[in-house]
Design a protein around this ligand. Structure first.
Ligand code: CAA
Length: 284
């Protein structure tokens, strides 16, 4: 199996509430938020363990609010989103939705809260262990990168409960893994494991279950060392390749590249290279 298992790294078992500090400053009921889990890295943990982190309306509203405030927090450069060892999230909350009519669904428009996730300017890394199904898979795919534990399972099983993906699954999965596999996953509800997800291009890497979160934080830390301005514009530009034509995407990328030459970080980064030293980025 293609797993990164860093040599000499101590294996620890991550207890599900390990990161739930008692002084969690934000009053959320369904998520745990640590704005400074590590320098410049915020951690959001989905926290409905009994329901396998099923994404009910309130959880998604809390997630939207947390992302908005972390995006505005200048000390935060990268955000890691995780669940627990058994489940990242097993989908939208079926029990909450089961009795709704089409009119209820239109009026509640629950997926509109997801738009904020898409709008997050800072890099968002999903650290996935266990189930990432339906809305859980869609949530992971809405993040910019996915670090998966060797236990991760991805799927869009909505077809088995008489519906279909509703929060981007048919679009993002198809772009990530191609039409053939996306059709199979969406039409049969089959789960794919981490190995298959890696081969298909859905995830960035597989890491041992015991350290999946620590590895995601390490990965986030690598990105947090870069200029926050360059990171934001580079992320925006990569996402633009999803939305429009290649031509539009190329123009967008070029404009952002030129614009970065107005920043101190560009001067610092290039000068540091020439002077053979490490750059000190300030986000200016
Ligand atoms: N919504 C609400 N509750 C859920 C849930 C969900 N999506 N997924 C799991 N749960 C609940 C279960 O009902 C169960 O609750 P109780 O203990 O009260 O019975 C608890 O979580 C534990 O689940 P299981 O006992 O089923 O655990 P398992 O290990 O036997 O099976 C599973 C795990 C395969 C993930 C199974 O729970 C399952 O199939 N879940 C539903 C997956 C699904 O269909 N997701 C798509 C939802 S629709 C959607 O997401 C639409 C969209 O596009 C946004």
């Amino acid at each position: 199996m293609n797993i990164l298992r860093p040599k000499g790294l101590k294996i620890i078992t991550v207890f599900p509430y390990f990161y739930a500090k008692p002084d969690n400053p934000m009053p959320y009921e369904n998520i745990l938020v640590e704005p400074q889990h590590a320098p410049h890295i915020a951690l959001i943990r989905l926290n409905r363990p009994k329901e396998l982190n099923a994404l009910n309306l309130q959880l998604m509203q809390e997630l939207r609010n947390a992302l908005k405030s972390l995006d505005a927090d200048e000390d935060v450069r990268v955000i890691v989103l995780t669940g627990n060892e058994r489940a990242f999230a097993a989908g939208a909350d079926i029990k909450e939705m089961a009795g709704r009519t089409a009119i209820d669904m239109l009026k509640i428009d629950q997926f509109s809260t997801w738009d904020q996730i898409k709008k997050t300017k800072k890099p968002l890394i999903a650290a996935v262990s266990g189930f990432a199904l339906g809305g859980g898979c869609e949530l992971a795919m809405t993040c910019d990168m996915i670090i998966a534990s060797e236990t991760a399972q991805f799927g869009q099983p909505e077809i088995k409960i008489g519906v279909m993906p509703g929060a981007g699954g048919t679009q993002r999965l198809t772009r990530a893994v191609g039409k053939a596999l996306a059709m199979e996953i969406v039409l049969t509800g089959r789960f794919i494991n981490a190995e298959e997800a890696l081969k298909a291009g859905l995830i960035n890497r597989i890491v041992p279950a015991e350290i999946y979160l620590a590895e995601a934080i390490k990965f986030a830390n690598q990105i947090a060392q870069m200029s926050p301005l360059a990171t934001q514009l580079a992320k925006e530009s990569v996402l633009r390749s999803y939305d429009g034509s290649l031509e539009e995407g190329l123009l967008y990328e070029r404009k952002n590249f030129y614009m970065l030459f107005a920043s101190e970080d560009q001067k610092e980064g290039m000068n540091a290279f020439v002077e053979k030293r490490n750059p000190e980025f300030k986000g200016k």
